[in-house]
Design a protein around this ligand. Structure first.
Ligand SMILES: Nc1ncnc2c1ncn2[C@@H]1O[C@H](COP(=O)(O)OP(=O)(O)OP(=O)(O)O)[C@@H](O)[C@H]1O
Length: 235
């Protein structure tokens, strides 16, 4: 479970995230929706402890600054953070050492097959396409078998088949009890799989629903009601 309690983040005098509270439960896919600049990435980066913030964040019951919390979650950023001159296999070894993983080879093999990267394992990252790099980033996050997973705009740069595969993977993780928190402004992709939704606008949570209590209105219509959408924004 991920619990964000009264989190505020300022960049200088600008309040990018304003008293945000949300919960992402184990066994659920929680989506954090919002137009460009709403504060989604800032919220996600605060959870991962990449940013300093005011408020409290717990991951699996531990303060997010603790080692216990860090061991229990994985983060897939919007732009993969990889080393150009290392191969996929070398990245895997690096993560295995950093997390002191013992039994990871089987899960890595499964993920390599799922992401169609088996043949690429000896390729250096520089030689991979953008979508392939995104898949490597997912593989490295999932190989630690996290209890909580944070994903920032996961479908950027993926082809339709990879989007389907990734959605199925997120649903499998949720079914295995993982707390999945996805930040996105592309609602349609998650329309069939979300369990809980928060809408963020100008740094504030303006709407919260579960799939059970949302009623007849679509999440997309609700999104437009609660956000100041600008021409050109995708949804
Ligand atoms: N390092 C920074 N310094 C100053 N302002 C920032 C910084 N990072 C983000 N911001 C501002 O904070 C606000 C929230 O940005 P954030 O990236 O969290 O939004 P987002 O909802 O993830 O947007 P997008 O969907 O475009 O990725 C924006 O107004 C942005 O300009």
């Amino acid at each position: 479970m991920i619990e964000v309690k009264h989190v505020t983040k300022c960049y200088g005098k600008f309040k990018a995230v304003d008293d945000v509270s949300l919960t992402a439960l184990g066994g659920k896919i929680t989506v954090l929706l919002g137009p460009n600049g709403a504060g989604k990435s800032t919220t996600i980066k605060s959870i991962t402890n990449l940013l300093k913030f005011e408020g409290e964040i717990q991951i699996c019951g531990y303060d997010n600054k603790t080692l216990e919390a860090k061991k229990s979650f994985a983060y897939i950023p919007e732009t993969p953070v990889l080393y150009d001159s290392l191969t996929i296999e070398e990245h895997v070894e690096f993560i295995a050492k950093a997390y002191r993983l013992k039994e990871y080879k089987e899960i890595v093999e499964r993920l390599l097959i799922l992401f169609h990267l088996e043949e690429k394992r000896k390729k250096i990252v520089k030689e991979l396409s953008k979508g392939m790099r995104q898949k490597v980033s997912m593989l490295l996050a999932l190989m630690i078998s996290p209890k909580a997973l944070l994903v920032d705009e996961p479908m950027m740069g993926l082809d339709p088949q990879s989007i389907e595969d990734t959605l199925r993977l997120l649903v499998d993780l949720k079914n295995a009890g993982v707390a999945v928190l996805v930040s996105t402004h592309i609602i349609d992709v998650f329309a069939d799989v979300w369990d809980e939704a928060y809408i963020l606008n100008k740094g504030k949570i303006v709407y919260h629903a579960t799939r059970e209590n949302i009623g007849e209105e679509s999440l997309k219509d609700i999104f437009f009601t609660y956000t100041d959408r600008e021409v050109g924004d995708e949804a």
